[in-house]
Each structure stands twice: as structure tokens, then as C-alpha cells.
Ligand binder design. Structure first.
Ligand SMILES: Cc1cc2nc3c(=O)[nH]c(=O)nc-3n(C[C@H](O)[C@H](O)[C@H](O)COP(=O)(O)OP(=O)(O)OC[C@H]3O[C@@H](n4cnc5c(N)ncnc54)[C@H](O)[C@@H]3O)c2cc1C
Length: 381
């Protein structure tokens, strides 16, 4: 594995950081408090090339490799002080777009990817239901074959971007008794009769990224909107999840870097007992732990991306990266709050927000328990 980044790769990361600082940091505290999705910022990100980072140039993207895309998102997460918008972008890119690029036919790719890259469409990826979370393939949403396509009935819950989605990939089964073999994936436009989305579900963190339900009531989907072969839904989902779990935290890596730099500055400035609090070993040890978590996270993330880009299997590394990055951000957010004392607890200084934003990472793309299960299974346990 090559540890040195090329000049071009460093420029991608720095460029995204500069773009985010210059164009994404206005009004975001108000947006976080009110839970407002910044659609105008979404379009600015598209114009900069975020959504299209990995999409081939022929379909309106930049055609970057996985590692370069990870670096772009890391720069975005470092420069953008709102964690919700980068999470929303990464969610669309690594699940919906990744599945479309890998499993979509030429017509499906041409219809959706250019508009997603331009920020004119927003896409959600719905598999979770109220009674099937970690036990994903126990889903109950039904697809019934008709003469012209399929009728979908069911409800997807806790779906990122659902309330603002113009389209979605949803998973449904022909018969729940068939388990994973009965599941197919479908592309549904929001204008399809029988498709609607819920209001925004209020939540503790990532508040600028709306979450909600996708509701399918006798929703008629033409046959050419099926993604991949019939019955291939489970393998489409698990492939998309491998990329999502590996890289959705790239922005969070940038946020962890920013968080550490802010905490170090504060520890150098804040005086107690006649000296900077950073001089107390209890405080500096916490900062050292934050640095260790950051660098471990970075290595695992880059390694997963490097393996992927060079055609090696990366399932183990994607699960390790997801587990490390999600838990490290929560632990470091707590250490950051401890460093700031009461200033870390009150909302005025925006230190507590990282903890609120970080908690969701322990759950989405497979909980930490599920990542440990995957790692143990790959170890042959
Ligand atoms: C911020 C956020 C964004 C999300 N975005 C999306 C999205 O875009 N699309 C989508 O479809 N879903 C999305 N989800 C839903 C997410 O995928 C599920 O919440 C997740 O799979 C867990 O399911 P659950 O909440 O039903 O918990 P459960 O599966 O009920 O788990 C509850 C507890 O039991 C544990 N547990 C369950 N099974 C096992 C097991 N086999 N071994 C060990 N422990 C186990 C879990 O680890 C957890 O601690 C999102 C969730 C969050 C928080």
C-alpha cells in the first residue's frame, strides 16, 4: 500500500475543503436547530462536482477513483461545519448511485445519473422497515408481477433523504417465505402513482439531513424500472452496503480532524490554575487518544479504498473501517466535550453537536454489533 498521496490527490482534498469553507458554512447553525435541509447548498455541491465524483464523465461525472472520491469527501467534511449535509451527500453517492452504476442498465444510468450529478434529482435508498432492521432480508414490502411490471406495497422507515427524494431504490419481496432469494430492487420516481414520502422524522443529530418514510400503496412500477435481475435484490443490497459501510464515513474523517484541531487550540488557550489546561496531563492524554483514533480511522479508510481501487476484496476492511470510524467519532466527541468543560455542553459553542451527529453512525449501514458479526464471520468464527 502506497501511503504518500500524490499532488493531484492532495489538491482534490484541499479543493473540497476550500469550496466547503467558502460556500457551505452560512446559516448552518440555524439549519441544524430548525432541521432545515439546505437544498441550495446541495446544488452548489453538485456544481462543484461532489455528487458526480465517481460517476463516469460520459454520464455527467468526474470519473474519479474510490480513493480520490474518499479524499474529496474528507476535504468536504473538514471544511463544512455542518455534518448533516456531507452525510446526506455521501449516503446518496455510496448507496443509490453506487447501486445504479454497478447494476443499472444503460437506459437506467442515462436517465438518472446525469440528473443526480447535477443536483437536479435527489435519491433515497430504502430497505429498512419497522420490523426488519438488522434482519434486513425479513422485509415484508411486496412486489407482485403484473402484465406491465410490478405492483409494490409496503413502507420503508428511517430512510435518509426520503422526505426530499425525487426518486428511490426500494427493495421488495415476491414472497417473504423465500427469504433473501425472493427480494428484488426497483427504481421508483416520486411522481409514480401510489408512491409518497412522509414528513421529516425529528432526530437528535444530522438534523440538516432529512429522514423519513417511503410509502408504497399499489404503486405501479414498469418492468424496466427493476434494477438487476428478479431475485437479485439481496446481492445488490449487500454490494451497495459494502461500499456504503466502507466510505460513508469519509466526511466524518474530515470532521474528526477539524474537531481535534479545535480541541488542541482550546487546550492551548484556556487557562486554569495559572496555566493552559493542555499542560495538565489528563487533558493532553485525551487529545493524544483523539489523534490515535483519527490516524487509525484514516489508515483503515484509505486501506479499504486502496484495496477497492486496485481490485482486491475489501469486505473485511470495509467492516473494520465502519466500526472504527463510527465508534472513534463518538469517543472523540465525548473527549472533545470533556476538554471544553461546560462550553462543550451548552449549544452556543457547537461542540456538543458532533456527539449528537456521531451517534447515528453506530446504527446506520449496519450497527456496530452487525459489523463485529461480519468481521467474526470473515475470520471464520
Ligand atoms: C442516521 C440513520 C440513517 C439511516 N438511513 C437509512 C437509509 O437511508 N435507508 C434505510 O433503509 N435505512 C436507514 N437507516 C436504518 C438503519 O439501517 C437501521 O436502523 C439499522 O439497520 C438497524 O436496524 P434497527 O434500527 O431496526 O435496529 P435492530 O435491528 O432492531 O437492532 C437493535 C439492537 O439489536 C442488535 N442486534 C440486532 N440483530 C443483531 C445480531 N444479529 N447480532 C447482534 N446484535 C444484533 C443491534 O446491534 C442493536 O443494538 C438509517 C438509520 C439511521 C440511524
Amino acid at each position: 500500500m502506497e501511503f504518500a498521496l500524490s499532488e493531484a490527490q492532495r489538491a482534490i482534498r484541499t479543493g473540497a475543503d476550500t469550496f466547503a469553507r467558502d460556500h457551505l458554512n452560512e446559516d448552518w447553525v440555524d439549519h441544524d436547530r430548525s432541521g432545515r435541509f439546505p437544498r441550495d447548498a446541495w446544488r452548489r455541491c453538485a456544481a462543484f462536482g461532489i455528487q458526480g465524483a465517481m460517476v463516469p464523465a460520459s454520464l455527467g461525472g468526474q470519473g474519479l477513483d474510490v480513493l480520490s472520491t474518499v479524499l474529496m469527501l474528507e476535504g468536504l467534511g473538514y471544511g463544512c461545519r455542518d455534518n448533516g449535509l456531507p452525510f446526506a451527500l455521501a449516503s446518496q453517492m455510496w448507496s443509490l448511485q453506487a447501486a445504479l452504476m454497478r447494476f443499472g442498465d444503460d437506459a437506467q444510468k442515462a436517465r438518472y445519473l446525469p440528473e443526480l450529478c447535477r443536483g437536479e434529482r435527489i435519491g433515497a435508498f430504502g430497505i429498512t422497515e419497522l420490523d426488519s432492521g438488522s434482519d434486513t432480508y425479513a422485509l415484508q414490502t411486496r412486489c407482485e408481477k403484473t402484465e406491465r411490471g410490478y405492483t409494490l406495497n409496503g413502507r420503508k422507515s428511517y430512510v435518509t433523504l426520503a422526505p426530499v427524494a425525487d426518486m428511490a431504490i426500494v427493495f421488495a419481496t415476491r414472497d417473504p417465505a423465500l427469504g433473501r432469494w425472493g427480494i428484488s430492487a426497483f427504481i421508483v420516481d416520486s411522481s409514480t402513482p401510489g408512491f409518497r414520502t412522509s414528513q421529516v422524522v425529528d432526530k437528535m443529530g444530522m438534523r440538516t439531513c432529512p429522514m423519513g418514510e417511503l410509502i408504497l400503496e399499489d404503486c405501479q412500477v414498469p418492468e424496466h424500472h427493476r434494477l438487476g435481475p428478479e431475485g437479485a435484490g439481496a446481492s445488490i443490497f449487500s454490494t451497495a452496503m459494502e461500499s456504503e459501510r466502507g466510505y460513508i464515513f469519509a466526511c466524518q474523517l474530515g470532521a474528526m480532524q477539524r474537531q481535534l484541531e479545535d480541541a488542541v487550540s482550546y487546550a492551548r488557550e484556556r487557562q486554569q490554575f495559572g496555566q493552559a489546561i493542555g499542560k495538565f496531563q489528563s487533558v493532553s492524554n485525551r487529545l493524544a487518544d483523539m489523534k490515535l483514533r483519527l490516524e487509525l480511522s484514516r489508515m483503515l479508510l484509505y486501506k479499504a479504498a486502496w484495496l477497492d481501487a486496485s481490485g482486491h476484496p475489501s469486505a473485511m476492511d470495509a467492516a473494520l473501517a465502519k466500526l472504527q470510524l463510527s465508534e472513534a467519532f463518538v469517543d472523540s466527541s465525548l473527549d472533545s466535550i470533556r476538554t471544553y468543560g461546560a462550553r462543550g455542553f451548552v449549544t452556543e459553542h457547537e461542540v456538543e453537536r458532533d456527539l449528537r451527529d456521531g451517534i447515528g453512525g453506530l446504527i446506520y449501514s449496519g450497527t456496530s454489533d452487525i459489523q463485529r458479526n461480519i468481521i467474526a464471520r470473515l475470520l471464520g468464527v
